[in-house]
Design a protein. Structure first.
Length: 95
């Protein structure tokens, strides 16, 4: 599922992309990457990992993530919401 499509992907598509990306970049089991999981406490990511994830998402998908929204990301569900919002902005031409 390319996040660079003209229409914004749904939450399930964003989750699938996050699972793929996080599994390859951080050697995580995709089955462990669930919306309820805390990125730092449950998945053992650190602040540098979170920055790397944001940069990778921007590079792979062509979206621009909002810095203020990123600061509030704590869980996989938060990440899904931020990515989905960025895709929505892009599809409306406000990227």
């Amino acid at each position: 599922m390319p996040l660079s499509a003209d229409t914004a992907p749904g939450p399930a598509e964003v989750l699938a992309e996050l699972r793929s990306m996080m599994a390859s970049e951080f050697d995580l089991d995709p089955a462990e990457i669930e919306p309820s999981k805390h990125l730092m406490d449950d998945l053992d990511l650190d602040s540098i990992d979170l920055v790397d994830l944001a940069v990778s998402l921007e590079e792979r998908s062509g979206i621009k993530l909002d810095e203020d929204e990123l600061k509030a990301v704590r869980t996989v569900a938060d990440a899904i919401d931020v990515v989905h919002a960025a895709c929505e902005r892009r599809s409306r031409g406000a990227a």
